[in-house]
Design a protein around this ligand. Sequence first.
Ligand code: AMP
Length: 428
Amino acid sequence: MNQTASLVNHWMDLKDSFGMERMTTSPTPPDMALPPRPRKGEVKLNSMPWFHGKISRDKAEELLRPREDGLFLVRESTNFPGDYTLCVCWQGRVEHYRVIYKDNQLTIDEEEFFDNLSNLVEHYEKDADGLCTMLSKPLPKAGSQEYCVDVKAFLEAGWAIPPKDVEMLESLGKGEFGEVRLGMLRGEKVAVKVLKEQSKAAQKFLAEASLMTSIKHPNLVQLLGVVIEGKNIYLVTEYMSKGSLLEYLRSRGRLHVTKTDQINFAFDTCAGMVYLERRSIIHRDLAARNVLISEDGVAKVADFGLAWREEATTSESSDRKLPIKWTAPEALRKNKFSNKSDMWSFGILLWEIYSFGRVPYPRIQLNDVLRKVEHGYVMDAPEGCPPQVYELMKRAWNLNQDLRPTFHEVSILLGHLRGGTGGQKKSS
Ligand code: AMP
Protein backbone atom coordinates (compact mmCIF):
# COMPACT_ATOMS: atom_id res chain seq x y z
CA MET A 1 0.00 0.00 0.00
CA ASN A 2 1.33 3.35 -0.89
CA GLN A 3 0.08 5.48 1.89
CA THR A 4 2.86 7.94 2.39
CA ALA A 5 2.21 9.34 -1.01
CA SER A 6 -0.95 11.01 0.14
CA LEU A 7 0.73 12.66 3.07
CA VAL A 8 1.33 15.82 1.12
CA ASN A 9 -2.41 16.22 0.79
CA HIS A 10 -2.96 15.51 4.43
CA TRP A 11 -0.39 18.11 5.25
CA MET A 12 -2.80 20.69 3.86
CA ASP A 13 -5.48 19.39 6.20
CA LEU A 14 -3.04 19.59 9.06
CA LYS A 15 -2.32 23.23 8.43
CA ASP A 16 -6.03 23.97 8.40
CA SER A 17 -6.59 22.16 11.63
CA PHE A 18 -3.77 24.04 13.33
CA GLY A 19 -5.20 27.31 12.12
CA MET A 20 -8.51 26.41 13.71
CA GLU A 21 -6.84 25.40 16.93
CA ARG A 22 -5.28 28.81 17.23
CA MET A 23 -8.56 30.56 16.57
CA THR A 24 -10.53 28.60 19.11
CA THR A 25 -8.06 28.88 21.97
CA SER A 26 -7.40 32.57 21.74
CA PRO A 27 -8.23 35.04 23.12
CA THR A 28 -9.07 33.57 26.51
CA PRO A 29 -10.73 35.78 29.09
CA PRO A 30 -8.32 36.08 32.04
CA ASP A 31 -10.82 34.73 34.54
CA MET A 32 -11.70 31.67 32.48
CA ALA A 33 -9.64 28.48 32.58
CA LEU A 34 -8.72 26.99 29.23
CA PRO A 35 -11.06 24.17 28.26
CA PRO A 36 -9.47 20.76 28.80
CA ARG A 37 -7.68 19.36 25.76
CA PRO A 38 -10.00 17.05 23.87
CA ARG A 39 -9.40 13.38 24.65
CA LYS A 40 -7.48 11.66 21.92
CA GLY A 41 -9.40 8.91 20.20
CA GLU A 42 -8.27 5.48 19.15
CA VAL A 43 -7.06 5.07 15.59
CA LYS A 44 -8.19 1.83 14.02
CA LEU A 45 -6.49 -0.11 11.29
CA ASN A 46 -8.57 -0.72 8.20
CA SER A 47 -8.39 -4.32 7.18
CA MET A 48 -8.18 -5.05 3.48
CA PRO A 49 -9.37 -8.66 3.22
CA TRP A 50 -9.84 -8.25 -0.53
CA PHE A 51 -6.19 -7.29 -1.11
CA HIS A 52 -4.26 -10.24 -2.51
CA GLY A 53 -0.86 -8.63 -3.04
CA LYS A 54 1.27 -9.58 -6.02
CA ILE A 55 -0.68 -12.26 -7.84
CA SER A 56 -0.89 -12.62 -11.62
CA ARG A 57 -3.90 -11.94 -13.79
CA ASP A 58 -4.36 -15.68 -14.33
CA LYS A 59 -4.21 -16.41 -10.62
CA ALA A 60 -6.84 -13.72 -9.94
CA GLU A 61 -9.15 -15.30 -12.54
CA GLU A 62 -8.62 -18.70 -11.00
CA LEU A 63 -9.48 -17.41 -7.52
CA LEU A 64 -12.59 -15.47 -8.55
CA ARG A 65 -14.95 -18.44 -8.73
CA PRO A 66 -17.83 -18.98 -9.04
CA ARG A 67 -18.20 -15.93 -11.30
CA GLU A 68 -20.79 -14.13 -9.24
CA ASP A 69 -21.53 -10.59 -10.45
CA GLY A 70 -19.75 -8.10 -8.20
CA LEU A 71 -17.28 -10.60 -6.66
CA PHE A 72 -13.96 -8.75 -6.54
CA LEU A 73 -10.37 -8.58 -5.36
CA VAL A 74 -7.51 -6.11 -5.67
CA ARG A 75 -3.99 -7.15 -6.61
CA GLU A 76 -0.68 -5.43 -7.18
CA SER A 77 -0.17 -4.87 -10.86
CA THR A 78 2.49 -7.12 -12.34
CA ASN A 79 2.82 -5.07 -15.54
CA PHE A 80 2.92 -1.67 -13.89
CA PRO A 81 4.83 -1.89 -10.62
CA GLY A 82 3.42 0.46 -8.00
CA ASP A 83 -0.05 0.42 -9.53
CA TYR A 84 -2.92 -1.88 -8.60
CA THR A 85 -5.56 -3.82 -10.47
CA LEU A 86 -9.18 -4.15 -9.43
CA CYS A 87 -10.58 -7.46 -10.69
CA VAL A 88 -14.35 -7.86 -10.71
CA CYS A 89 -16.69 -10.57 -12.02
CA TRP A 90 -19.42 -9.60 -14.44
CA GLN A 91 -21.55 -11.86 -16.63
CA GLY A 92 -19.26 -14.86 -16.35
CA ARG A 93 -16.05 -12.90 -17.08
CA VAL A 94 -13.45 -11.09 -15.03
CA GLU A 95 -12.86 -7.41 -15.79
CA HIS A 96 -9.47 -5.99 -14.80
CA TYR A 97 -9.33 -2.27 -14.06
CA ARG A 98 -5.99 -0.61 -13.73
CA VAL A 99 -5.77 1.59 -10.66
CA ILE A 100 -3.18 4.24 -11.33
CA TYR A 101 -1.25 6.27 -8.95
CA LYS A 102 -1.36 9.91 -9.93
CA ASP A 103 -0.50 13.08 -8.05
CA ASN A 104 -0.19 11.11 -4.81
CA GLN A 105 -3.64 9.62 -5.21
CA LEU A 106 -5.27 6.55 -6.68
CA THR A 107 -7.71 6.63 -9.55
CA ILE A 108 -9.32 4.36 -12.13
CA ASP A 109 -11.02 6.90 -14.36
CA GLU A 110 -9.00 10.05 -13.61
CA GLU A 111 -12.21 11.64 -12.42
CA GLU A 112 -12.57 10.19 -8.93
CA PHE A 113 -9.41 10.23 -6.79
CA PHE A 114 -8.79 8.39 -3.51
CA ASP A 115 -6.21 8.60 -0.73
CA ASN A 116 -5.96 4.85 -0.34
CA LEU A 117 -7.32 1.55 -1.59
CA SER A 118 -9.86 1.24 1.21
CA ASN A 119 -11.48 4.53 0.20
CA LEU A 120 -11.51 3.48 -3.44
CA VAL A 121 -13.18 0.14 -2.68
CA GLU A 122 -15.73 1.80 -0.39
CA HIS A 123 -16.69 4.18 -3.19
CA TYR A 124 -17.27 1.45 -5.76
CA GLU A 125 -19.13 -0.66 -3.22
CA LYS A 126 -21.74 2.10 -3.11
CA ASP A 127 -21.89 2.93 -6.79
CA ALA A 128 -20.63 1.31 -10.02
CA ASP A 129 -19.75 4.83 -11.22
CA GLY A 130 -18.56 3.72 -14.64
CA LEU A 131 -17.40 0.19 -13.75
CA CYS A 132 -19.26 -2.79 -15.25
CA THR A 133 -20.91 -3.37 -11.88
CA MET A 134 -20.90 -2.23 -8.31
CA LEU A 135 -18.48 -4.16 -6.04
CA SER A 136 -20.72 -6.38 -3.96
CA LYS A 137 -18.71 -9.26 -2.57
CA PRO A 138 -15.04 -9.18 -1.56
CA LEU A 139 -13.03 -12.35 -2.11
CA PRO A 140 -11.05 -12.62 1.14
CA LYS A 141 -7.39 -13.52 0.93
CA ALA A 142 -6.47 -16.69 2.78
CA GLY A 143 -3.73 -16.38 5.38
CA SER A 144 -2.16 -13.12 6.42
CA GLN A 145 -4.03 -10.00 5.47
CA GLU A 146 -2.89 -6.50 4.84
CA TYR A 147 -4.01 -3.45 6.71
CA CYS A 148 -4.06 0.12 5.74
CA VAL A 149 -3.82 3.05 8.05
CA ASP A 150 -5.28 6.35 7.16
CA VAL A 151 -3.00 9.23 8.10
CA LYS A 152 -6.08 11.44 8.25
CA ALA A 153 -7.43 9.21 11.03
CA PHE A 154 -4.57 10.34 13.30
CA LEU A 155 -5.44 13.95 12.65
CA GLU A 156 -9.15 13.38 13.20
CA ALA A 157 -8.53 11.47 16.43
CA GLY A 158 -6.49 14.37 17.84
CA TRP A 159 -2.98 12.91 17.65
CA ALA A 160 -1.44 15.49 15.32
CA ILE A 161 1.38 17.59 16.72
CA PRO A 162 2.31 20.67 14.67
CA PRO A 163 5.89 20.29 13.36
CA LYS A 164 6.87 23.67 14.78
CA ASP A 165 6.12 22.42 18.31
CA VAL A 166 8.85 19.77 18.18
CA GLU A 167 12.49 20.70 18.29
CA MET A 168 14.72 17.87 17.10
CA LEU A 169 17.94 17.25 19.01
CA GLU A 170 20.58 14.52 19.07
CA SER A 171 20.21 10.91 18.02
CA LEU A 172 19.24 8.37 20.71
CA GLY A 173 19.64 5.25 18.64
CA LYS A 174 18.68 3.41 15.51
CA GLY A 175 15.61 1.22 15.15
CA GLU A 176 13.88 -0.83 12.50
CA PHE A 177 12.37 2.17 10.74
CA GLY A 178 15.19 4.65 11.11
CA GLU A 179 16.56 7.00 13.65
CA VAL A 180 15.21 7.77 17.12
CA ARG A 181 16.02 11.36 18.15
CA LEU A 182 15.69 13.31 21.34
CA GLY A 183 13.18 16.13 20.95
CA MET A 184 11.66 18.99 22.93
CA LEU A 185 7.89 19.30 22.91
CA ARG A 186 6.45 22.27 24.78
CA GLY A 187 9.40 22.35 27.17
CA GLU A 188 9.53 18.59 27.79
CA LYS A 189 11.97 16.00 26.53
CA VAL A 190 10.41 13.47 24.17
CA ALA A 191 11.66 10.70 21.90
CA VAL A 192 10.97 11.10 18.19
CA LYS A 193 10.97 8.14 15.83
CA VAL A 194 11.72 9.36 12.36
CA LEU A 195 10.48 7.57 9.30
CA LYS A 196 11.76 8.62 5.92
CA GLU A 197 9.38 8.21 3.04
CA GLN A 198 9.06 4.57 2.15
CA SER A 199 5.55 3.43 1.51
CA LYS A 200 5.68 -0.14 2.76
CA ALA A 201 7.53 0.77 5.94
CA ALA A 202 5.18 3.71 6.46
CA GLN A 203 2.29 1.33 6.77
CA LYS A 204 4.02 -0.75 9.43
CA PHE A 205 5.15 2.35 11.20
CA LEU A 206 1.62 3.74 11.24
CA ALA A 207 0.26 0.37 12.33
CA GLU A 208 2.54 0.57 15.37
CA ALA A 209 1.33 4.11 16.02
CA SER A 210 -2.31 3.10 15.58
CA LEU A 211 -1.96 0.35 18.15
CA MET A 212 -0.30 2.77 20.52
CA THR A 213 -3.33 5.09 20.35
CA SER A 214 -5.35 2.44 22.15
CA ILE A 215 -3.00 1.75 25.05
CA LYS A 216 -2.29 3.66 28.22
CA HIS A 217 -0.40 2.11 31.11
CA PRO A 218 2.50 3.28 33.32
CA ASN A 219 4.59 0.31 32.14
CA LEU A 220 4.03 0.77 28.42
CA VAL A 221 5.87 3.54 26.55
CA GLN A 222 3.26 6.17 25.82
CA LEU A 223 2.59 7.67 22.41
CA LEU A 224 2.24 11.44 22.66
CA GLY A 225 1.37 12.19 19.07
CA VAL A 226 2.29 12.06 15.43
CA VAL A 227 4.00 14.77 13.40
CA ILE A 228 3.44 14.81 9.68
CA GLU A 229 5.81 17.06 7.83
CA GLY A 230 5.77 16.83 4.09
CA LYS A 231 6.79 13.30 3.28
CA ASN A 232 8.17 12.51 6.71
CA ILE A 233 6.26 11.00 9.60
CA TYR A 234 7.47 11.32 13.16
CA LEU A 235 6.15 9.30 16.03
CA VAL A 236 6.51 11.16 19.33
CA THR A 237 6.68 9.09 22.51
CA GLU A 238 7.64 9.71 26.10
CA TYR A 239 11.40 9.98 26.63
CA MET A 240 13.05 7.15 28.53
CA SER A 241 16.32 8.72 29.61
CA LYS A 242 18.06 5.53 30.76
CA GLY A 243 17.67 3.83 27.39
CA SER A 244 17.04 0.17 26.73
CA LEU A 245 17.00 -2.37 29.56
CA LEU A 246 19.57 -4.45 27.68
CA GLU A 247 22.07 -1.61 27.53
CA TYR A 248 21.28 -0.69 31.11
CA LEU A 249 22.08 -4.20 32.34
CA ARG A 250 25.20 -4.55 30.22
CA SER A 251 26.69 -1.17 30.98
CA ARG A 252 26.10 -1.23 34.73
CA GLY A 253 26.48 -4.96 35.37
CA ARG A 254 26.60 -6.79 38.68
CA LEU A 255 28.31 -3.96 40.50
CA HIS A 256 25.48 -1.47 40.03
CA VAL A 257 22.31 -3.39 39.24
CA THR A 258 20.89 -4.59 42.56
CA LYS A 259 18.56 -7.51 43.31
CA THR A 260 15.85 -4.90 43.95
CA ASP A 261 16.44 -3.35 40.51
CA GLN A 262 16.18 -6.78 38.91
CA ILE A 263 12.90 -7.75 40.54
CA ASN A 264 11.49 -4.28 39.87
CA PHE A 265 12.37 -4.49 36.16
CA ALA A 266 10.76 -7.94 35.99
CA PHE A 267 7.67 -6.80 37.84
CA ASP A 268 7.25 -3.56 35.84
CA THR A 269 7.58 -5.38 32.52
CA CYS A 270 5.12 -8.02 33.65
CA ALA A 271 2.62 -5.34 34.75
CA GLY A 272 2.72 -3.81 31.25
CA MET A 273 2.20 -7.27 29.75
CA VAL A 274 -0.80 -7.96 32.04
CA TYR A 275 -2.42 -4.89 30.50
CA LEU A 276 -1.77 -6.20 26.96
CA GLU A 277 -2.94 -9.70 27.93
CA ARG A 278 -6.26 -8.32 29.23
CA ARG A 279 -6.80 -6.64 25.90
CA SER A 280 -5.71 -9.68 23.88
CA ILE A 281 -2.85 -7.71 22.37
CA ILE A 282 0.17 -9.84 21.48
CA HIS A 283 3.53 -8.10 21.53
CA ARG A 284 5.54 -10.72 19.57
CA ASP A 285 8.92 -9.14 20.20
CA LEU A 286 9.29 -8.99 23.95
CA ALA A 287 13.00 -8.83 24.85
CA ALA A 288 15.28 -6.70 27.02
CA ARG A 289 16.24 -4.64 23.95
CA ASN A 290 12.57 -3.60 23.65
CA VAL A 291 12.09 -2.53 27.25
CA LEU A 292 13.11 1.03 28.12
CA ILE A 293 14.05 2.56 31.47
CA SER A 294 12.79 5.96 32.60
CA GLU A 295 14.71 8.59 34.55
CA ASP A 296 13.31 7.22 37.83
CA GLY A 297 14.16 3.61 36.95
CA VAL A 298 10.73 2.38 35.81
CA ALA A 299 10.78 -0.29 33.10
CA LYS A 300 8.28 0.13 30.25
CA VAL A 301 7.59 -2.13 27.32
CA ALA A 302 8.22 -0.47 23.95
CA ASP A 303 8.39 -1.36 20.28
CA PHE A 304 4.95 -2.36 19.23
CA GLY A 305 6.10 -2.74 15.64
CA LEU A 306 5.16 -6.42 15.52
CA ALA A 307 2.27 -6.25 17.95
CA TRP A 308 -1.23 -6.98 16.85
CA ARG A 309 -4.61 -7.21 18.41
CA GLU A 310 -5.53 -10.87 18.59
CA GLU A 311 -8.65 -10.50 16.47
CA ALA A 312 -6.52 -9.01 13.70
CA THR A 313 -4.16 -11.95 13.75
CA THR A 314 -4.05 -14.49 11.02
CA SER A 315 -1.06 -16.56 10.17
CA GLU A 316 1.88 -14.30 9.73
CA SER A 317 3.71 -13.91 6.46
CA SER A 318 6.70 -16.20 6.41
CA ASP A 319 9.16 -13.59 5.16
CA ARG A 320 9.17 -11.87 8.52
CA LYS A 321 12.41 -12.25 10.42
CA LEU A 322 11.71 -13.57 13.89
CA PRO A 323 14.03 -13.28 16.88
CA ILE A 324 14.65 -17.03 17.19
CA LYS A 325 16.10 -17.09 20.70
CA TRP A 326 13.13 -15.16 22.10
CA THR A 327 10.29 -16.78 20.16
CA ALA A 328 8.21 -19.75 21.33
CA PRO A 329 8.60 -22.97 19.26
CA GLU A 330 4.93 -23.02 18.16
CA ALA A 331 5.29 -19.44 16.93
CA LEU A 332 8.47 -20.26 14.99
CA ARG A 333 7.08 -23.47 13.51
CA LYS A 334 3.39 -22.72 12.99
CA ASN A 335 3.12 -18.93 13.33
CA LYS A 336 0.97 -19.52 16.38
CA PHE A 337 1.39 -16.32 18.33
CA SER A 338 -0.55 -15.74 21.52
CA ASN A 339 -0.19 -14.18 24.93
CA LYS A 340 1.34 -17.55 25.85
CA SER A 341 4.06 -17.17 23.21
CA ASP A 342 4.73 -13.71 24.73
CA MET A 343 5.07 -15.55 28.07
CA TRP A 344 7.83 -17.71 26.55
CA SER A 345 9.66 -14.51 25.53
CA PHE A 346 9.09 -13.12 29.01
CA GLY A 347 10.92 -16.16 30.41
CA ILE A 348 13.88 -15.31 28.15
CA LEU A 349 13.66 -11.68 29.26
CA LEU A 350 13.84 -12.79 32.92
CA TRP A 351 16.96 -14.77 32.01
CA GLU A 352 18.43 -11.63 30.39
CA ILE A 353 17.71 -9.58 33.52
CA TYR A 354 19.36 -12.10 35.84
CA SER A 355 22.36 -12.68 33.58
CA PHE A 356 22.92 -8.91 33.27
CA GLY A 357 22.19 -8.78 29.58
CA ARG A 358 23.91 -11.90 28.24
CA VAL A 359 22.80 -13.26 24.88
CA PRO A 360 20.47 -16.22 25.57
CA TYR A 361 21.55 -19.80 24.78
CA PRO A 362 25.27 -19.02 25.06
CA ARG A 363 27.52 -21.31 23.03
CA ILE A 364 24.59 -22.73 21.03
CA GLN A 365 24.51 -22.01 17.33
CA LEU A 366 21.41 -20.11 16.26
CA ASN A 367 20.48 -22.88 13.82
CA ASP A 368 20.47 -25.46 16.60
CA VAL A 369 18.42 -23.56 19.17
CA LEU A 370 14.94 -24.56 18.04
CA ARG A 371 15.79 -28.23 17.58
CA LYS A 372 17.44 -28.45 21.00
CA VAL A 373 14.59 -26.61 22.71
CA GLU A 374 12.03 -28.91 21.12
CA HIS A 375 13.99 -31.83 22.55
CA GLY A 376 13.56 -30.42 26.02
CA TYR A 377 16.68 -28.29 26.42
CA VAL A 378 16.29 -25.39 28.87
CA MET A 379 18.90 -22.86 29.84
CA ASP A 380 20.53 -23.10 33.26
CA ALA A 381 19.72 -20.53 35.91
CA PRO A 382 21.97 -17.49 35.65
CA GLU A 383 24.46 -17.19 38.48
CA GLY A 384 22.82 -15.75 41.61
CA CYS A 385 19.28 -16.01 40.21
CA PRO A 386 16.69 -16.62 42.98
CA PRO A 387 15.29 -20.16 42.63
CA GLN A 388 11.69 -18.89 42.54
CA VAL A 389 12.53 -16.72 39.51
CA TYR A 390 14.22 -19.65 37.77
CA GLU A 391 11.08 -21.73 38.44
CA LEU A 392 9.07 -19.04 36.65
CA MET A 393 11.43 -19.14 33.67
CA LYS A 394 11.02 -22.90 33.38
CA ARG A 395 7.23 -22.62 33.58
CA ALA A 396 7.33 -19.97 30.84
CA TRP A 397 9.36 -22.38 28.67
CA ASN A 398 6.90 -25.25 28.89
CA LEU A 399 6.60 -26.69 25.38
CA ASN A 400 2.87 -26.99 25.97
CA GLN A 401 1.67 -23.42 25.78
CA ASP A 402 -1.46 -24.20 27.82
CA LEU A 403 0.73 -25.09 30.78
CA ARG A 404 2.57 -21.76 30.77
CA PRO A 405 1.34 -19.27 33.37
CA THR A 406 -0.54 -16.12 32.46
CA PHE A 407 1.03 -12.69 32.94
CA HIS A 408 -1.59 -12.02 35.57
CA GLU A 409 -0.45 -15.06 37.57
CA VAL A 410 3.23 -14.20 37.16
CA SER A 411 2.64 -10.60 38.25
CA ILE A 412 1.20 -11.84 41.54
CA LEU A 413 4.20 -14.12 42.13
CA LEU A 414 6.71 -11.41 41.21
CA GLY A 415 4.80 -9.00 43.45
CA HIS A 416 5.38 -11.36 46.39
CA LEU A 417 9.06 -11.79 45.55
CA ARG A 418 9.43 -8.04 45.23
CA GLY A 419 8.00 -7.60 48.69
CA GLY A 420 10.70 -10.00 49.88
CA THR A 421 13.58 -7.93 48.43
CA GLY A 422 12.18 -4.68 49.75
CA GLY A 423 11.53 -3.52 46.15
CA GLN A 424 9.77 -0.19 45.97
CA LYS A 425 6.37 0.07 44.40
CA LYS A 426 7.11 2.79 41.91
CA SER A 427 5.01 2.46 38.89
CA SER A 428 1.92 0.40 39.20
P1 AMP B 1 13.55 1.25 18.48
O1 AMP B 1 13.34 1.78 17.11
O2 AMP B 1 12.33 1.43 19.33
O3 AMP B 1 14.10 -0.12 18.53
O4 AMP B 1 14.65 2.20 19.17
C1 AMP B 1 16.04 2.15 18.89
C2 AMP B 1 16.83 2.72 20.05
O5 AMP B 1 16.48 4.09 20.27
C3 AMP B 1 16.55 2.04 21.40
O6 AMP B 1 17.35 0.92 21.61
C4 AMP B 1 16.86 3.14 22.41
O7 AMP B 1 18.24 3.21 22.66
C5 AMP B 1 16.43 4.40 21.66
N1 AMP B 1 15.04 4.76 22.04
C6 AMP B 1 13.90 4.33 21.43
N2 AMP B 1 12.81 4.85 22.01
C7 AMP B 1 13.26 5.64 23.01
C8 AMP B 1 12.61 6.44 24.02
N3 AMP B 1 11.27 6.53 24.08
N4 AMP B 1 13.38 7.11 24.89
C9 AMP B 1 14.73 7.00 24.83
N5 AMP B 1 15.41 6.27 23.94
C10 AMP B 1 14.70 5.58 23.03
